[in-house]
Design a protein around this ligand. Structure first.
Ligand SMILES: [Zn+2]
Ligand SMILES: [Zn+2]
Length: 454
C-alpha cells in the first residue's frame, strides 16, 4: 500500500496553483480521439482543468490530487470540496481515471505535471498530505496489533504488582541482610567487628587473626595502625604483599569511613542513589555512563570495572592477596586497547563480563544482567540497522547530540529529585530495572525480529 502511494506521489507531478491552472485552461489542448468525450467530463471541479492524478473521494467526486491536498491543508477538514461530505480513510489515486486522462489528454497532463513539480508550495502541501496518509496507515496497523498490546499491558501491570510485593517482602528484612559494618563508622567498630573485617580480606588474612584478637584491636585503634606497626610484633605481617593489601584496605576504610561493600546488595545499601543511577544509566546509555565514571569516579568504580572486564594476564597471581589493590594499578596499553574496542563496539558486552565475574556471588542476578545485556545489544544492533537501511545514518550525529543532552538533563533531574524519593520507591525502581526490564526487552526483541521495519 505504501509503495503504491509513494509511486503515486512521484508520478503525479505536482501542479500549478489554481490561478495558473485557470490561465492554462485557456491554452488549446490536444484533441481527444473520440468526439463524444469532452474535456469537461475529465475536468477537476477545483481548478476546472484536466484532472492530474485524479483522486476519488468516498462521495464519488474526483479532484486533482494537488487540488485536494491544497484544499485539505487550507480547510483543515476531511471534506469533499464540492458536496462537503466527509471522506473516510486516505483517498487514493483513481488508477483507471488517471490512465484514461493520460491517454486522452497526454500533452496537457504532462505540461501540468511539470508545472506542479516546479511549484514549491504545491509540492509542500502534497508532501504534508502524504505524510498525513502515512500516519493514518500506521495508526491503523497499530490498531490491528491491539490484542498484543492489551496483553503486554496486562503483563506490565502484573509485573508492577509483583515488584511492589517482592520489594515489600525484601525490605522487611527477609532477604536483604547485609553486613552492618557498611553503614557503621569505623571509629565505633568493636574488636569482633574488626576481626570480621579482617576475615573479609581473604583466606590469607586468617594468619593474622590471632594477634588482632589478642591486642583487642577496635575500630579506633585500627585507624591508627601504620606500616611499621604492622611489620613489627605483635602483628608481624612480614609478607610485603599482605602488608600492602591490609594497608590499602585500611586506606579505603579511612576514605569511606565505613567498610567497603562486598557485594551488590551491600553496595546498594551503602550507595542507594548511585546504584540506582548506574543501573538505569548503564542500560540507557552505557558509553556515556562509563565515560562519566572515567571522569568523576575513576579509582573507586572505573578502575575496578576496567580490571574486571579486561584483566591483565600478569596480575592474576598478585590479585590473590587483595583484589582491591590490584584493581588500583594503572591499566597497561593492552588493557586500554581491549577496553576501548569493546567500549565503542559492544559496550553491553563489558557489563556482561563484569556481571560474569560476580556469577559466584550472585547466581541469578548475574544471569539476569547477562541476558539483559545480550538483549540490549541486539536492540542496539537493530536500531543501527534501521538507521542504515533507512538511509538515515546522516542524522546519527544529531541524534547522538540530542541523546547527550537528554541524558545530561535527566542526570541533573535525578540528582535534584533524589533526596525526595522515598526508600521504598527507590527499591521498586531498582528491582524493576534489575529483574523485569529483561522480560520487557525479550518482548521488544521479539517485536523487532518479527517486524524489522517498525
Ligand atoms: Zn484540480
Ligand atoms: Zn463530493
Amino acid at each position: 500500500m505504501l509503495d503504491q502511494m509513494d509511486w503515486d506521489l512521484l508520478d503525479e507531478g505536482l501542479g500549478a496553483s489554481v490561478e495558473e491552472s485557470l490561465y492554462f485552461s485557456g491554452v488549446p489542448k490536444s484533441k481527444p480521439p473520440t468526439t463524444d468525450i469532452s474535456e469537461h467530463e475529465f475536468s477537476c471541479h477545483c481548478c476546472y482543468d484536466i484532472l492530474v492524478s485524479p483522486t476519488t473521494l468516498t462521495c464519488g467526486h474526483n479532484f486533482c490530487r494537488h487540488c485536494l491536498a491544497l484544499w485539505w491543508e487550507s480547510s483543515h477538514k476531511n471534506e469533499c470540496p464540492e458536496c462537503r461530505e466527509k471522506w473516510e480513510g486516505f483517498p487514493k489515486v483513481n488508477i483507471l481515471l488517471r490512465d484514461a486522462t493520460d491517454k486522452l489528454f497526454g500533452d496537457v497532463v504532462r505540461q501540468r505535471r511539470a508545472e506542479i513539480k516546479n511549484d514549491p508550495k504545491i509540492t509542500r502541501s502534497l508532501l504534508a498530505f502524504q505524510r498525513y496518509g502515512d500516519n493514518l496507515g500506521r495508526t491503523k496497523t497499530n490498531q490491528h496489533k491491539g490484542a498484543g498490546f492489551f496483553f503486554s499491558g496486562v503483563l506490565t501491570a502484573l509485573s508492577c504488582v509483583a515488584v511492589v510485593v517482592l520489594v515489600y517482602h525484601w525490605s522487611s528484612g527477609v532477604v536483604e541482610q547485609h553486613d552492618p559494618l557498611i553503614s557503621k563508622p569505623v571509629s565505633r567498630w568493636t574488636p569482633e567487628e574488626v576481626l570480621s573485617w579482617l576475615e573479609h580480606l581473604g583466606p590469607w588474612a586468617q594468619l593474622y587473626r590471632e594477634p588482632f584478637q589478642q591486642e583487642n584491636v577496635n575500630g579506633r585503634l585500627l585507624l591508627m595502625l601504620s606500616e611499621e606497626e604492622l611489620l613489627n610484633p605483635p602483628y608481624s605481617i612480614e609478607n610485603q604483599a599482605h602488608r600492602r593489601a591490609v594497608l590499602a584496605e585500611l586506606d579505603r576504610v579511612k576514605t569511606l569511613g565505613v567498610k567497603p561493600p562486598q557485594n551488590l546488595w551491600e553496595y546498594k545499601a551503602a550507595n542507594a542513589g548511585k546504584s540506582l543511577f548506574l543501573l538505569y544509566a548503564l542500560k540507557r546509555s552505557p558509553r556515556l555512563t562509563i565515560f562519566y565514571l572515567y571522569l568523576f569516579d575513576y579509582s573507586e568504580t572505573f578502575l575496578p570495572f576496567l580490571h574486571t572486564c579486561c584483566p591483565a594476564i600478569a596480575h592474576i597471581e598478585q590479585s590473590v592477596e587483595s583484589s582491591f589493590l590490584s584493581s588500583q594499578l594503572e591499566p597497561n596499553w593492552r588493557q586500554w586497547a581491549e577496553f576501548l574496542v569493546k567500549y565503542l563496539l559492544l559496550p553491553y558486552q563489558l557489563i556482561a563480563e563484569f556481571a560474569w565475574d560476580w556469577l559466584a556471588t550472585h547466581y541469578w542476578t548475574s544471569r539476569f544482567i547477562i541476558v539483559n545485556t545480550m538483549l540490549l545489544s541486539v536492540l542496539e544492533g537493530c536500531a543501527l540497522w534501521r538507521l542504515w537501511t533507512g538511509a538515515a545514518i546522516r542524522t546519527l550525529p544529531r541524534k547522538m547530540w540530542n541523546h547527550l543532552w537528554k541524558m545530561i538533563s535527566q542526570g541533573f533531574a535525578f540528582a535534584l529529585l533524589w533526596p525526595f524519593i522515598p526508600q521504598f520507591v527507590c527499591n521498586c525502581l531498582f528491582y524493576w530495572a534489575l529483574y523485569f526490564s529483561p522480560i520487557i526487552n525479550i518482548d521488544l526483541v521479539v517485536q523487532q525480529l518479527m517486524h524489522p521495519e517498525t
